[in-house]
Design a protein around this ligand. Structure first.
Ligand SMILES: *Cc1c(COP(=O)(O)O)cnc(C)c1O
Length: 401
């Protein structure tokens, strides 16, 4: 097999790396990346089998079993690592499996996590319901209040965990600021980079230690398959790899292939998502039933300045509030015809959802209030349809109020 990975690739632009990194060409000379649908691999001899199992340095990196390594999955990992500017990447069965793998790899009983208050619902569930069973202590702080993170540090703090921009209010964390706090505390800063992808934000460059991806979202980009990834330095990723190959939440080769194809167009798509979202956010601000628009690309958004500094685009997710509360929000949603009523995001198809009764429905009303999720709030993950059609669907919904 010949590898399309020479020195030129390290100097190539991100758009090029998204298409050319991680190609593993077989002796058949295929141009498109192959899907290796095999659970195990043939050894040349009994001696070779023994060497590969022993982890012999010459046999290292060779394939034994697809829970350990798979060429298609490896291609995806190399491509994503190249885009994030990370030394190594590990692929997982879902975004949640990526988060679980980081926790299982780096935490012990008695350790402490500081986490932003408005993380993804299942992340909250993982921390509160499952990690707590093993004596891991969690503090929740407001994402954009760096001082609150500093005050939450304990001698046992091992992870600082955040998502930026946040869902659905598009709040922004100061990654460099949090990185300084993590360093002083001897902890790792973990950033879920799902909303921006490496096209719009590269957290490692701002001092993050580990990046989490739900590849299910923008990396696929067309809502087809589940997957996740962890990116970081080689030593940390070797430890994550050890957890994955032992415990098994690994990515399937077919899904890795879908993500390889998705990455080829990631840059084009992320800029198009951002452009559509910016246009829609500015237009929504002018509509009289709308009391507030939350999008980090609007200059009056509290996270705008940091977003300008740390991102090269504002992403595809926005939310807005209708003064008429839940009844009006539901009427709006039910009157749309094109927007898909689904909780997913990161799809070419625009999606619409009512966070207070779906994605954030499990929170108590006090928790929702603290998180700023009002009953009139609507989230749109802006897709790639023509912006005039997205606006037209909203016009239909405004007319029904
Ligand atoms: C969807 C999502 C996850 C979880 O990913 P899955 O692939 O659904 O397991 C984690 N973080 C964020 C920000 C997400 O949007």
């Amino acid at each position: 097999m010949t590898q399309d990975r020479g020195k030129w690739l390290d100097d190539a632009m991100p758009e090029t790396r998204a298409i050319r990194a991680g190609i593993c060409r077989t002796s058949e000379g295929e141009h498109s990346e192959p899907i290796f649908t095999t659970s195990s691999y043939i050894f040349d001899s009994a001696e070779d089998a023994a060497a590969r199992f022993s982890g012999d340095s010459e046999a290292q990196g060779s394939n034994v079993y697809s829970r350990y390594t798979n060429p298609t999955v490896r291609g995806f990992c190399q491509r994503l690592a190249a885009l994030e500017g990370g030394e190594a990447c590990e692929a997982t069965a879902s975004g949640m499996a990526a988060i679980l793998s980081v926790c299982m790899t780096f935490l012990h009983t008695g350790d402490h996590i500081i986490c932003s208050r408005d993380v993804f619902g299942s992340t909250l569930g993982l921390f509160e319901k499952y990690l707590s069973k093993f004596g891991i202590d969690i503090s929740f702080v407001p994402l954009n209040n760096t001082e609150a993170w500093r005050h939450a540090v304990k001698p046992t703090t091992r992870l600082l965990y955040c998502e930026t921009p946040s869902n659905p209010l598009c709040e922004i964390a100061d990654i460099a600021g949090l990185s300084g706090i993590a360093r002083e505390a001897g902890a790792r800063l973990v950033v879920d980079n799902c909303f921006c992808t490496p096209v719009l934000q590269q957290p490692l460059k701002h001092g993050a230690d580990i990046i989490i991806h739900s590849a299910t979202k923008y990396l696929d980009g067309q809502g087809r398959v589940m997957g996740g990834a962890v990116v970081g330095n080689a030593a940390d990723m070797a430890e994550v790899n050890s957890f994955l190959r032992t415990c098994g939440p690994t990515m399937s080769s077919f899904n890795a292939w879908v993500f390889l194809k998705g990455l080829e167009t990631l840059s084009l798509r992320m800029h198009a998502h951002s452009h559509n979202a910016q246009t829609l956010a500015e237009w929504l601000q002018e509509q009289s039933p709308v009391s507030r628009v939350h999008y980090c690309g609007l200059p009056d958004h509290p996270g705008y300045d940091i977003a300008c500094r740390q991102q090269s685009g504002f992403g595809g997710v926005l939310s807005f509030e209708l003064a008429g509360g839940q009844a009006q929000a539901w009427r709006f949603i039910n009157a749309t015809q094109m927007l898909s009523l689904t909780a997913n995001l990161g799809d070419a198809k625009s999606t619409i959802v009512h966070p207070a009764t779906t994605t954030h429905g499990r929170l108590s009303s006090e928790q929702r209030q603290a998180a700023g999720i009002s009953s009139g709030l609507i989230r749109i993950a802006v897709g790639l349809e023509h912006i005039s059609d997205i606006q037209q669907d909203c016009v239909r919904a405004f007319n029904a109020l």
